[in-house]
Structure formats: structure tokens, C-alpha cells
Ligand binder design. Sequence first.
Ligand SMILES: *Cc1c(COP(=O)(O)O)cnc(C)c1O
Length: 414
Amino acid sequence: MDYFNYKRKVLFAEDTGIGALAEKYGTPLYVYSKRTFVEHYHKICAAFSDLDTLVCYSVKANSNGAILKEMRAQGSGFDIVSGGELFRVLEIGADPKKIVYAGVGKTSEEIKYALKSNILMFNIESVEELKAINRIAGAAGKKADVALRINPDVDALTHHYVNTGKKESKFGIDINFALGIYKSAKKMKNINIKGVDMHIGSQITTPIPYLNAVGKIAQFVSGLNREGIKIEYLNIGGGLGIIYNEEKPATAEVFAKAVKPYIAGFGLKIILEPGRFIIGNAGILVTKVIYNKKGRSKNFVIVDAGMNDLIRPALYGSFHKIIPENFKSAAKLSPCDVVGPICESADFLGKDRMLPELASGALLAVRSTGAYGMSMASNYNSRPRAAEVMVDGSKHRLIRERETYEDLVAKEKF
Ligand SMILES: *Cc1c(COP(=O)(O)O)cnc(C)c1O
């Protein structure tokens, strides 16, 4: 579901024409629909509204401050994975008591920073990290609030790069060792056990992996209770999938219905960490055709956005729909590869797409690029990163300026 639609064969974000935005801000350009991500946030809240639930938007999906600020205004908390993300959310005035911090490699500087900021809790991913947090908290004269991230050893049935809950994955603490580690955590002077955490992967489209994981986690929580280890929070992570092409992801409601029977009985506060589900369909990448090139076996449409702007096709083989901004002159469709200007064969946005004849200067929209689009963008090939615009009905505003050539060298010393 999103608010990018054709009106009289011209593409709009809500009530704002994409052509005018490209004209004003140039391309490549990320355009976000506020109504889309706000509605998705409330969908997931509504699905869990009968439990005491805190939704912590996963900052790494899209970390633009204007989007974070909107999320905060809606009531969202934040799931962070670095000191940089902590800085971002504090900058926009996030309530520290709505911040949870995961990640396998938290440095001592990052741990100190999070302790000083009084975040809700650390989601701890190893024994060494637990010891480090205990030690650093001790030195700071504090008690660290923590959950252990449990690796339940289930297959999330998704791309192997975003499958995070199998025993061979680097994430979380093996469910078979976790009880012993909770016991030793309980004895640590500067550790305050607050919860149990899991996050099994991303772009999960069926509730089955969740059920498998939550079932195991529920048993684990019962085990903790038997040991007299009290917790207050159960964090079941993010990972809800979205439609990129023909996927039929379960709705937030279906996910919620499936997992609630396992978790409701404990009377715990529930934390969710959705990223893609909230922001994925709420963004498009607008790009301009530079050249057409007819090959012997393929035709190429060469556009001004590349893998530095959107790396998902190159990194995961991801599919994003690509549609013309203006369908008025669409005569017949023919197959082509939509490729960027970067000097890598992996630099493509789409392969074998049926598109109308596109003159140089025509605009295309790469859909469902709100999540892991701009947040993964780089300056590869010394390309300044794109501008970002947020649309709200017929209003819009620039939320990140296009980078300049000067920005590219600003930190260099020569
Ligand atoms: C990336 C991540 C998420 C969000 O994943 P989505 O698939 O975008 O919902 C949630 N929790 C943790 C710990 C993550 O690393």
C-alpha cells in the first residue's frame, strides 16, 4: 500500500506531481510519502494494540532526521545499531526511554555514550559484550538495563544476507547457551536484566518463521521464570516483509494474530522493531534517462541513478518495479535493462523490464525504495549523494540537500 499513483497518466506522490519535484530539485531524487509511512506505523501499532506494546522504528532502514522526527511525533521509539544512530535520534529529540540498542560490535565508546544517554536497554549479542557492558557501567557508577538477543536457530525463509536467526549467523546468543548466560548476568553487579530479545531476519513474508522463533522464545521465557529470573520486556524484533513485485506478505494483523497466543500469557511489555514495513513502500527513487543504447542482444536504458544511490539490486539481487513518470506517450513496450552510470557490471536497477520508448530526459521512478535505499547510499565513483524530499499531500519539502562536489573532498587533506 502506498500513495504513489498516476493521475491522468502522470505520476504523483500523494497530491504532488513527481515531474515538478524533479524539475525543482534535480535527479536522482528520493521522494517520500509521509501519509504512507505514518499509516504503516499505525497499522503495526493497531495490530498489537491489545498488548502493552512499544514500536521502535529501525533507524537503519532510513535514517533521515526529518523521517525520524515524524516517527517520534507519531509516538514511535527507535531501534538503533550504532553510536551514529543514537546521535541521530537524540538530535531529533527522541525519548531515551524509547531507544533500544542492538548490534554485535558495540565499542566501549558507544556503550559509554548509550549509558550516559539513559537508553531503555541494550540488546546484548555475546558474552564478551555482556562483560564489557558490566565493566563500563561499573566504571560509570551505573547499572545497565539489558536484554539478551537470543538466536533461536530458525530459518527466516528470506535472502541469506538478511537471515539473522540461524545458528550459523553472527547475530544473537545461541538459545542453548542463553539460560546459563542469563544466570551469570543476574550475578553481575552493574547489569539489570530487563528482557529477552530476538530478530530473525528481514523481508519475511510468512508468519511461519516467526511462529517457530516465538514458540522457542516463549519456552525460553518460561525457563527463565522457573529460574526466578524476572523480565519485563519481550522484544520480537522486526523483519515484516513488503510488496516489491508479486510477493504476498502476511499483513501486520496476520503476524500479530499468529504470535500473540505465544506471548500474551506472560503479561510482558512487547517491543517491535519494524523498519522496512514502515518506510519501504513510502519512498521512490526518481531518475532521468541519459541515453538509450541498442545492443545486439539487449537494449539498455542508461539513467542518472546508480548502485551508489540504490545498492539493493547489486547486493541482494533485489527487484524494484520501475515505472515511467509520464505514461501519456507510452506506445508499445519493449524489454530493456535499466542501468546506472557506474563502472561496474553490478550497476543495474532492473533487468529485462518492459518499458515504453524513453527519450533522453524522460523520468523513471524506482518503486519501494524507502527502506535501505538512501541509508545504504555511497559516494562510489565520486558521485554526490541524491537529494531527498518529503511529500505531505500537496505540500513538499527538501529534507536533505543534494551533495556537492565540494562535499566529496571536504574531509580530505591534500
Ligand atoms: C535491521 C533490523 C531491524 C529491522 O528490520 P526490517 O526488516 O527493516 O524490519 C530490526 N531489528 C534489528 C536488530 C535489526 O538489525
